[in-house]
Design a protein around this ligand. Sequence first.
Ligand SMILES: Cc1cc2nc3c(=O)[nH]c(=O)nc-3n(C[C@H](O)[C@H](O)[C@H](O)COP(=O)(O)OP(=O)(O)OC[C@H]3O[C@@H](n4cnc5c(N)ncnc54)[C@H](O)[C@@H]3O)c2cc1C
Length: 486
Amino acid sequence: MSKTSTGKTGGADSAALHERSRLSFDLDVDICVIGAGLAGLTVALEASRLGASVAVLEGRHVGWNASGHQLGTVMPGYGLPLGQLIERIGFEDARELWSLSKEGAEFVRANATEQAMPGIALSQGVLEVSNVDVGDQLISRLQMLSEDFETEVEGWQVDRVRAELATGRYFHGIYYPNAFQVDGRKYVHGLAALAKRAGARIFEDTPVVSIDSSGIRKRIVTPSARLRASHIVLAGNIHLGAPLRRLSGTLLPVWRYAAVTAPLGARLAEVIAFKGSVVDTDGIDHFRIVDGDRLMWASPETTWAARPKRFGRVIARRIRTVFPKLGPVEIAETFGGAIGQTVHGMPQIGQLRRGLWVASGFGRQGLNTSAMAGQLIARSILWGDERWRLFSPFELVWAGGPTGRIAGYFIGMWGRGSSAAAGALARHRERARAQERIREARLAEFNRQAGTRGTPRRPQPGRPRPVRPRPPASAPVNSGDGGEGA
Ligand SMILES: Cc1cc2nc3c(=O)[nH]c(=O)nc-3n(C[C@H](O)[C@H](O)[C@H](O)COP(=O)(O)OP(=O)(O)OC[C@H]3O[C@@H](n4cnc5c(N)ncnc54)[C@H](O)[C@@H]3O)c2cc1C
């Protein structure tokens, strides 16, 4: 298995949370789940609640990778934008898939109670902001989300967004009042605790080295034990490795890092009033306030693993670029993990052959989607619920191996570069419009003083040209250039 990275300094993910038990004896169960991330643990919880005997085998420890190092933002939908989802599978199926993604989010909400997971700190509201000025597109998206996809949303004008976030970087926004956030690390450990309480057995430091899924009773081999199970659920994400290499080859590994700043005091509230998570439409910025006056911020994705500390500096620079008024910020903690990205952008959920299931490829939106996958798979095994078949159009497509990673790297760079360019252009246009407004006001004032109204008339031939007042030295006007930007 490859390596995930964390530059954490203690916190909730400390050794105290893990009472690790390794599997050292042979076992017979109904369902064997490989991987104790969000996906594997949700399958285990749901299947145990429905009465199955479940063993979870985890090569490291619960939440070792992305699941234990995420920001805890729970929204409806998938990594694949809704418009593309409709194009791919049609309106009706897209509606059903969207509705399943909402069920996934509600599953997280139902489990993430203070009673079941003390300190989970669930809070409401997520704001999706646009890096470009596309107010007209926003209206049609709002209509589609609320009328066709029954999702509660509010459209926020630029002024409203900027009243909450003191930056010129973002334009319009879509506010999801029912989306929410939780303490991501507490959630994955809370899920493990709930699964155990429901009867699942979780074995850590127990990598699965091979599987034989051909018979009715399937065989699973670990370094120190053998299992037999009627169903195997592969929930190992990009780290699955030996048990099914071809499956790992269908995921592009993408690393994402995040940082939490040192306390920023009152200056944080001066630039960020919004209390929930903020995500941008290009998937670059993702942040929220934690512990009252710290900022938790995720970096853009990269297809190469690196030291999280290095990303601490990158994130500090990004925070400064977006919120210059905040001044320098000190990074207190960095962490990160690898997410599995599929070629089509949708998760891999379904039955590969009788009794062999897959739940992976959740990308950057894994909380609601892995919850949904866990429910779908457990209910199919135990109740015959066939809704996972809605994911059949999204086949297992080879992600290109190392060549795919190189391509992914350049595509990511290009995507970030082009959205940065689009953002810069939108900001330039906005500045140009502001300059145009100042110029028009000056012209109007000049016309008023000159005793004319409306559009300035051309001077009559032979009459002296009126002299235009010069702008005061401090005025932010570019001489003569007030036109609409490129
Ligand atoms: C910085 C960051 C921020 C994020 N923020 C959010 C967010 O706010 N909201 C959101 O919805 N999503 C977020 N995500 C995405 C989300 O974390 C992932 O989509 C999700 O955690 C994937 O879960 P998983 O169970 O598929 O995989 P993983 O978490 O990778 O779990 C897989 C587990 O399987 C184990 N395993 C693999 N192979 C074997 C084997 N052979 N034997 C035994 N065990 C094995 C691994 O050790 C691992 O623990 C974020 C991700 C990152 C990195």
